[in-house]
Design a protein around this ligand. Structure first.
Ligand code: G3I
Length: 360
């Protein structure tokens, strides 16, 4: 009851300060409620910028680094590197690894009693030039890449996205340097990761798994084939880059249920919600607050309803605050896809997540 009153007050205050399409971001304060990490029944994570190239979002180099660290450590108990563990950044030359930024994140997590999820060992994007132009033994190169990184973090990283986005929405395999040069590369990547760290949970991670059933089917077939062949895989990551309508709840329910039936762990691995798909809004309007509250709450509640305790790998949000999200850059207009506003204040999305975590 108290939460509902708080939420209503929050909505009223948004109408007052940022409604009707004005350009004011809400500064509503939900400070009287506990932190998410203290109420969550699942690991609750956030993707963080670390590198100096992540000018705005870096928890190491940006002007706001200290505030980002404080907020992340207060609300979350799990972290993911938004970029610095991707091959281009962590493995810039064939014989050179750059650990500095990724180590910084790991140390930050340790200091604040947070888990680290590794993202991502093999992807078709964000590759260093040397990898794209490689002319040696591709299979050995991929295995060395995975082995070196997973071994480096075997004491500090408990789960990995081994393969990111290997299928297209129609269920066919995506073309990539890996797919072109290494037969059965997905299975070989998972096996190499298991050998490097037998204790880490190994995930396949992708987007549109609920809105593109053919893609989910391809992932499930892969998992079932792995089982037959004794290839290791522990979980499936639903990225959950969604908007406020699609996928609908029935699609999400079907997709979660099918994935749960495999017995694998399930993560919501990169959640954010596009609230301004057409760029129609120039400011954070009151109806956006209502929609984002409901959308975040429904998705998190559905995850908790459908994924049994033992299979919950956790929920990670793809960025700390609206102004740090990849979405406004990508779509080239304003958006409010995350739990905190640009002043690092809790938003209606935060309340939706809080309610879903505490009411279940
Ligand atoms: O490297 C340049 C840097 O030199 C320049 O100063 C800076 C100025 O904007 O841009 C820098 O790189 C950008 C980088 O983000 C850091 O901001 C890249 O151009 C940009 O493409 C990169 O985007 C990242 C994207 O993955 C591609 O790697 C986003 O931050 C990151 O949020 C996004 O995350 C992906 C997940 O890894 C996989 N799932 C989808 C998700 C969203 O696209």
């Amino acid at each position: 009851m108290k939460q509902t009153i708080c939420y209503l007050l929050a909505l009223l205050s948004m109408v007052g300060c940022g409604g009707g399409g004005s350009s004011t971001t809400t500064t509503t304060n939900y400070a009287d409620q506990p932190n998410l990490r203290d109420v969550s029944p699942v690991p609750l994570g956030v993707a963080l910028g670390v590198g100096d190239f992540e000018t705005k979002s870096s928890i190491r180099y940006s002007a706001n680094a200290e505030n980002y660290q404080a907020l992340a450590a207060k609300e979350f108990n799990s972290v993911v590197a938004e970029n610095v563990m991707k091959p281009e950044f962590i493995h810039p030359q064939e014989n050179e690894y750059f650990w500095d930024d990724a180590d910084y994140l790991v140390d930050f997590a340790k200091a604040n009693n947070m888990q680290v999820h590794g993202h991502t060992l093999i992807w078709y994007q964000t590759l260093p030039n040397w990898m794209q132009n490689y002319s040696g033994d591709w299979e050995q190169m991929m295995i060395d890449h995975i082995t070196t990184i997973v071994s480096h973090y075997s004491d500090s990283i408990s789960s990995w996205d081994v393969l990111n986005e290997a299928f297209q929405d129609d269920g066919t395999e995506r073309t990539s340097i890996w797919q072109q040069h290494i037969p059965d590369y997905i299975a070989k990547a998972f096996s190499a990761a298991r050998t490097a760290d037998p204790d880490a949970d190994l995930y396949y991670n992708d987007y549109n798994l609920a809105s593109a059933p053919a893609k989910l089917n391809a992932v499930l077939e892969m998992a079932s084939d792995f089982k037959t062949r004794n290839i290791p895989i522990d979980g499936i990551g639903f990225q959950m880059h969604i908007d406020s309508n699609s996928p609908n709840l029935s699609q999400l329910r079907t997709a979660f249920s099918k994935a749960v039936a495999t017995g694998l762990k399930i993560r919501i691995s990169e959640m954010d919600v596009v609230m301004n798909p057409d760029g129609a809004y120039t400011g954070y309007a009151s109806n956006i607050a209502t929609q984002e509250h409901d959308r975040f709450k429904q998705v998190v509640a559905l995850y908790l309803e459908l994924v049994p305790l033992a299979q919950r790998g956790g929920i990670t949000f793809w960025g700390l605050a609206d102004n740090l999200s990849w979405i406004p850059n990508y779509y080239k207009h304003a958006d409010w896809p995350l739990l905190f506003d640009s002043k690092l204040q809790r938003k209606a999305a935060w309340t939706g997540v809080y309610e879903a975590l505490t009411e279940n």
